[in-house]
Design a protein around this ligand. Structure first.
Ligand SMILES: C[S@@+](CC[C@H](N)C(=O)[O-])C[C@H]1O[C@@H](n2cnc3c(N)ncnc32)[C@H](O)[C@@H]1O
Ligand code: SF4
Length: 327
């Protein structure tokens, strides 16, 4: 049987985003509707055994890196237990986590001990009132979570900031200074038309090239390099250890180098963030598929990975919310 996953466009898939819940303790307006209650039933959620089997099959097929996401991954009970199990799988070299950090104070040490090597934290504003308007949450909890992550030794810590005109675009320099002070990496992200919430947020769309030009007037920016192999293009602020990443799925897509797929908590494998192509793995597991059968199913799924998203040409297309696939 083959030992790597190459799609019909010659791209090798070696990275998986694993959503461990579709629930969240925040309601970022560009991600989840404020009154959303229509979550999947826990009986539809993959169990830790099922997740471990799927990740094991992916690792046998060449996937080396897994990012744990959600919804908010820290609302999934006993998450460190799952992480420990995944960290001990042969061939998984890098386990990372995306979180809103609301509960990070309590969990940072356990996550690190369990095997998370890198952490990304969403933070769109450093003003408490504005933060509350964007997320319905409390900024001080997130800042305390970030400091706890720093204390237990996560490095680099990456801050994900969705940049929205008229919402938080006036805060980018502040956020850069905050990152210089704490040696965090900053990733600026264009809002994507995923779900009605994401589509509404694109009315605040701002081409990140203009931000790059703005920052270049204040800082000396030199080409940067970050571990992670994702879609961000990094620039380093000269004289500091701080990198700024620009994630531009809308203005400059990076589909030709896409190396990832996404597993939702219900076992649906999404082949592209901006398309509906998917493959259901949960029924196969619950019907008792063999390990080789599971690997063959994954190979079949990769064969339908689409060439690119259509965020610009067909922005009305993706109905599911970002919280299902975890960004
Ligand atoms: C869906 S969240 C899941 C993990 C965790 N709850 C968090 O917020 O980091 C992952 C990332 O997706 C981003 N995101 C959510 N909706 C988005 C949208 N419509 N456009 C761009 N990024 C979005 C968030 O800002 C976050 O950085
Ligand atoms: S972006 Fe993350 S924290 Fe915000 S609502 Fe979506 S899943 Fe929750």
């Amino acid at each position: 049987m083959q030992t790597n996953l190459t799609d019909p466009f010659g791209r090798t898939v070696e990275y998986l985003r694993l959503s461990v819940t579709d629930r969240c303790d925040l309601r970022c307006f560009y991600c989840l509707p404020g009154d959303y209650r229509d979550f999947s039933e826990p009986k539809e959620w993959l169990t830790f055994d099922e997740i471990e089997r799927i990740i094991g099959a992916f690792s046998a097929l060449g996937v080396r890196r897994v990012r744990i996401t959600g919804g908010e991954p820290l609302v999934r009970k006993n998450l460190p237990v799952l992480i420990r199990r995944l960290a001990t799988l042969p061939d998984i070299e890098d386990l990372s986590l995306s979180t809103n950090a609301v509960m990070l104070v309590r969990h940072a040490a356990a996550l690190r001990k369990a095997g998370i090597s890198r952490i990304n934290v969403s933070l769109d504003s450093l003003h408490a009132e504005r933060f509350r308007e964007i997320t319905h949450g409390k900024l001080d909890r997130v800042l305390n979570g970030l400091m706890a992550a720093k204390r237990v030794g996560f490095a680099p810590i990456k801050i994900n900031m969705v940049v929205m005109q008229g919402v938080n675009d006036d805060e980018i320099e502040n956020m850069v200074e905050f990152c210089i002070e704490h040696e965090f990496t900053l990733r600026l992200i264009e809002p994507m038309p995923v779900g009605d919430t994401g589509r509404n947020a694109t009315s605040h769309y701002l081409d990140l090239q203009t931000i790059k030009d703005r920052l270049a007037r204040r800082y000396t920016l030199i080409p940067g390099l970050m571990p992670g192999g994702g879609p961000a293009r990094y620039l380093q602020i000269a004289g500091t250890r701080v990198n700024i990443g620009f994630i531009t799925p809308v203005s400059q897509h990076f589909c030709e180098t896409c190396n990832r797929v996404r597993l939702a908590v219900d076992g649906t494998l999404y082949l592209c963030l901006g398309q509906d192509h998917k493959y259901e793995l949960r029924p196969l597991l619950r019907q008792g598929i063999s390990d080789d059968g599971l690997k063959n199913a994954i190979i079949e799924a990769i064969a339908i990975k689409p060439e690119k998203h259509e965020f610009r040409d067909n922005p009305g297309q993706i109905v599911r919310f970002m919280s299902m696939t975890g960004g």
